[in-house]
Design a protein around this ligand. Structure first.
Ligand code: FO1
Length: 325
């Protein structure tokens, strides 16, 4: 069974590790990774959502943070700080810097990001094919009230999330999305899939970014495979991250039902054939089913690998239930 998963952030990567474990090794998984979080730092191209998938499935992730490398050291960061070379607020560890140096070197040699990602993954063997959503640069920016001046200004997503800790947001935009084309293999991975999964990634700045790439949303709407989503919102709050501050920007309530309706039922022009909400949100199942979105309530907290595997199994079961549509 060929499975294609749209992924961004730590939640998406953790879900993927469960899906990889529960599927037969012969079932290929293709990941369409968000690149809107990417940034130039110290002249290096940092691709957080690609690296989080590569490290998490390749066994190199820092398990507590969910990003960056395990057993990390920070000598280069200390040296940079000593020179007053900013930004000091973004934690680039020595081992992680190796990835960014290798990536930047390959980019400078002219390799597209998709080829660079394939080369980096050859070391990690993540057990999935990791495709950047596009080979062209896209950078998410968020409009905030500057804490010093109180004036509205746009900041890069990493500054918004890491330096400012996700304050109230007044706008979000994906710089470069207008001219970005789907990366090599991206649309094909959706068209050829036997199952498409929208994991519990941020609906605005991970899934939303990927869906904004030309052709991706339409490919999902017309895919022959069942499309199953997993709510990133549990009991009215994001399990991690800042979806609660960004969902209002697209007029979506911070609820499992709100995000499900936002993605929409495929029978009504939306993206999903099935939607999983947490057991604590079982109260919204009947309503979503009544608007044509098959929904099930199952435990969605990825508290440990066993729980994560159960969520992946629930996705497969939902796909079977709706796939025969
Ligand atoms: N997140 C933080 O909260 N603080 C950091 O210093 C930080 C550094 C970092 C370095 C490399 C990398 O790949 C990710 C990093 N992240 C950090 C996480 C990153 O901001 C988020 O994972 C994504 O951009 C949003 O999903």
């Amino acid at each position: 069974m060929r499975v294609t998963v749209l992924s961004g952030g730590i939640g998406g990567a953790r879900f993927l590790s469960g899906l990889r474990r529960v599927l037969d090794p012969s079932d290929p998984i293709t990941v369409i990774g968000n690149t809107g979080d990417d940034a130039w730092l110290f002249g290096l191209r940092v691709c957080p959502d690609l690296d989080t998938v590569m490290y998490t499935l390749g066994g190199g992730i820092d398990p507590d943070k969910g990003w960056g490398r395990d057993s990390e050291s920070w000598r280069a960061k200390e040296e940079l700080g000593a020179y007053g070379a900013g930004p000091v607020w973004f934690g680039l560890g020595d081992r992680d810097l190796g990835t960014h140096l290798a990536r930047t070197h390959l980019l400078r040699e002219g390799h597209p990001l998709s080829e660079v990602t394939r080369i980096l993954c050859a070391r990690w063997q993540p057990g999935v094919r990791l495709l950047p959503m596009t080979d062209e640069p896209v950078e998410t920016h968020v409009e905030i009230d500057d804490p010093e001046t109180g004036l509205r200004r746009w900041v890069h997503f990493q500054e918004y999330w890491v330096r400012l800790q996700g304050p109230v947001a007044h706008g979000v935009r994906f710089d470069g999305i207008e001219v970005a084309t789907a990366g090599p293999g991206v649309l094909q991975a959706i068209v050829e899939a036997d199952l498409v999964v929208v994991p519990p990634s941020n609906p605005v700045v991970s899934v939303g970014t990927i869906l904004s790439v030309a052709g991706v949303a339409d490919a999902i709407r017309t895919a022959r495979a069942p499309v199953v989503g997993v709510s990133p919102i549990v009991s009215g709050a994001p399990v991690r991250g800042m979806a609660d501050r960004l969902l209002p920007l697209v007029d979506v309530p911070v609820t499992a039902a709100g995000v499900g309706e936002h993605y929409g039922s495929r029978t009504r022009g939306g993206l999903l054939d099935g939607w999983l909400v947490d057991a604590s949100d079982a109260g919204c199942v009947a309503e979503l089913v009544s608007i044509g979105l098959p929904t099930r309530a199952v435990p969605l907290l990825m508290t440990d690998p066993a729980a994560t595997d159960e969520i992946a199994r629930a996705v497969l079961a939902m796909a079977d239930a709706v796939g025969g549509r």
